[in-house]
Structure formats: C-alpha cells, structure tokens
Design a protein around this ligand. Structure first.
Ligand code: CA
Ligand code: CA
Length: 248
C-alpha cells in the first residue's frame, strides 16, 4: 500500500493550544489548522520547514510584479531565530503580527521591516529600498516608474524632515512610531493586498500615493497623536491578514 495519503500530517492539538497561548496569535483553532494545511502544502518535498524560496514563490504567484525583494524582508521579519527557515510557529506568529489589529504590535513589526540591517534605526536608504521593493511587487506597468520613484524619494525625505527629531539622519524606533501614526501610509504600504476587489486599503499603483497630508511643519500637531497612547486602529485591517499567502 503506502498510497499518497501518507503525506498528510496532522497538527498536534497541544501545538495548537501552545500557539493560542502566544500573545500574538489570535487565530481560532480552525484557522490554525487551515494555515497548517497551507503551510504543509507549500513545503518542498522532504522538508519540514519553509525556506525563502517557497515563501517567495507564493508571493510571486499572487503579485503581478516582482515580489522577491519584499519577500526577503518579510521572511527576515518572520524568522525569529534567524536560522533561515520558517517553522510553523514562526509562520503563524509572523502572519498574526504583520496583520495585527493592534497598532503597537503592527508598528513594532513595521519598524523591523524598514530596519533592514537590524541595527536599531532606519536610514534613508533602508526606507527607500523597502518602499521600492513594495513598488516592484505591486506594479505591473513600469512606464511611470520614474515619477513613482520620485514619489518614493519625496515620501522618504518628507518623513525624515518631519520625524527625525534629533536630526541624526536615522529614524529610531520612537521616531518611527510617532511618524507612522501621523503618516499612516508608511504602515499601509507594508500591508499591500493583492486581492484587488478587496476593499480600500491596498495600494495597486503609486499614483494613489498621497503624501500631501503630511504634517509639514508643526511639531505640536505630531505630539497630540502620541498622547492618547494606542491611537485608533485603522479601519478593519485584519481581515486581509496573510491574504498574499492564501493560495486558494
Ligand atoms: Ca527560523
Ligand atoms: Ca538600520
């Protein structure tokens, strides 16, 4: 015998409970089981952990552009023990954190995404290469790319101008949190959603990128957002969590 069925692996109930105890995981048991199936079906033959390659394939298959540069950073932010693989726990926690409703959680994750070399601050180059990576992933038509790249550079310099509080030409986590609350586009861009018919928030092209509502000069305005701690979570962001990863 030994048919092809032998491949189907079940998720240990204890693993599920453990995952649910994790503060960052707010999936139901059923959702976790479903993600486990998704995870298993993405694995390369004979492997029990996900490598960058499979991760990349999924994203490249759902986005029209080239997702590689973005996925490398996403993978890095998911790979907690930095061993170059995503085990199922890292995978689930990563999905939950990156799609979290909790603004603070999301901001921490976003900071990690932009801080590409992990040195604890974001340089202009890091912010701009992250945004370019997103641009390459979502964009099908590169004919506007010159003006779009210009928009990216403008966004970066406007962010640095407004939020690099101590003017050391690097964005600390604190500066980032203040900035991203005031200029939420910086968060939204990270959560681009390939399902075009899904509602509002995704960015399909950079024409829609509106950086005009930046807090041009006044610092006092910026501070206010800070004072009420949590801020408000933007709309109902979480429904699309991991949507890129859902292959069917
Ligand atoms: Ca790992
Ligand atoms: Ca850095």
């Amino acid at each position: 015998m030994g048919g092809s069925k032998s491949k189907v692996r079940k998720l240990n109930p204890r693993t599920i409970s453990e995952l649910q105890k994790n503060v960052d995981v707010d999936f139901t048991r059923e959702e976790i089981e479903e993600w486990f199936k998704e995870y298993q079906s993405s694995l390369r033959k004979g492997m029990n952990k996900l490598t960058m390659k499979e991760f990349e394939e999924v994203y490249n298959s759902v986005f029209d552009g080239d997702a590689s540069a973005f996925v490398q950073q996403l993978f890095r932010s998911f790979d907690m023990d930095k061993d170059g693989y995503l085990d199922f726990k890292e995978f689930i926690v990563g999905l939950c954190v990156s799609g979290s409703d909790n603004l603070e959680t999301k901001l921490q994750w976003a900071f990690k995404m932009y801080d590409i070399d992990g040195n604890g601050s974001i340089s202009r180059e890091e912010m701009s290469s992250m945004l370019k990576a997103i641009y390459r992933m979502v964009s099908t038509d590169m004919s506007n790319s010159k003006s779009d790249i210009k928009t990216i550079e403008e966004l970066v310099s406007s962010f640095f101008k407004s939020f690099d509080e101590n003017q050391d030409d690097a964005i600390s986590q604190e500066e980032f949190v203040t900035g991203a609350k005031t200029m939420p586009i910086i968060l939204h861009l990270l959560q681009c959603n390939p399902d075009a018919e899904d509602d509002g928030e995704q960015i399909n092209n950079f024409d829609s990128l509106d950086i005009t509502d930046k807090p041009s000069t006044s610092k006092s305005k910026t501070q206010q957002t800070n004072s009420n701690g949590k801020g408000k979570t933007t709309s109902k962001g979480s429904h699309d969590r991991g949507s890129a990863y859902k292959t069917k």
